[in-house]
Design a protein around this ligand. Structure first.
Ligand SMILES: Nc1ncnc2c1ncn2[C@@H]1O[C@H](COP(=O)(O)OP(=O)(O)OP(=O)(O)O)[C@@H](O)[C@H]1O
Ligand SMILES: [Mg+2]
Length: 208
């Protein structure tokens, strides 16, 4: 999770393998003093948690994307722990809102964007991934995309990925495609992971 600014990190794995838990643990340990989490389940998780279910919602101030558009200065505080709720629930509006968040992030700088359930709107995330992978180093931006499946992230976005954190997978095709990006040895290690195991990590420039 020590990815430098400009990194696009994909955290991938089958449902329930510990992706969100690991990213939350890194955030709680102080990895990203300025972070914003885009979380389609933010509101529901908090409501369910209040009813007694153990869902471990993301900590931070919950704001809607509309709040942020009205008050972009909400992104300027330091430290920052915001949780952003998309306005719509369909993939297209979720993607559009994510793009809006990325542009606002670009203007404030020095920020880590954590994209929960990225597979849902990943097709629309190309703009953000490109922005961060091409110029995020100067703006101090990082993108951490959490997804249940590698191949549900479109190829153009996958090309921007600089780091992969792979938990146990459930789709053999995901592992095959990971091999193309990260090398066959990495894919073999991922194939052998069992649910709950410590993930395999790959960074651009590693053998592969
Ligand atoms: N803070 C926590 N403390 C203890 N257990 C947790 C915590 N967060 C999550 N868990 C548990 O760890 C397991 C993995 O949950 P996690 O939410 O990380 O899965 P995930 O890989 O993000 O799955 P999904 O793709 O469905 O979102 C679950 O059994 C969950 O209840
Ligand atoms: Mg999760």
């Amino acid at each position: 999770m020590d990815a430098p600014p400009g990194s696009v990190v994909a955290v991938i794995g089958a449902p329930g393998t510990g992706k969100s838990r690991a990213v939350k643990a890194a955030a709680a340990a102080g990895a990203w003093p300025r972070r914003v989490v885009y979380e389609p389940h933010a509101r529901r998780d908090r409501i369910e948690e209040a009813r007694g279910r153990k869902l471990y919602p993301w900590p931070g101030s919950l704001v809607s994307i509309r709040d942020l558009m009205r008050r972009p200065d909400l992104l300027d505080s330091d430290p920052l722990a915001l949780v952003v709720d998309p306005a719509g629930l369909d993939a297209v509006s979720m993607g559009r809102d994510f793009g809006t968040l990325a542009r606002l992030a670009w203007h404030t700088g020095d920020l880590t964007i954590i994209a929960e359930e990225a597979a849902i709107y990943a097709r629309q995330a190309l703009e953000a991934a490109t922005l961060i992978s091409t110029g995020g180093r100067h703006a101090g931006l990082r993108l951490i995309a959490i997804s249940q499946s590698w191949t549900r992230i479109p190829l153009d976005v996958r090309r921007c990925v600089s780091d992969v954190i792979a938990f146990a997978q459930s789709e053999p095709r995901d592992v095959d495609e990971l091999g193309r990006k990260c090398g066959r040895d990495f894919a073999e290690r991922v194939r052998r992971l069992s649910s709950g195991a410590i993930p395999c990590t790959w960074r651009q420039g590693d053998a592969g």
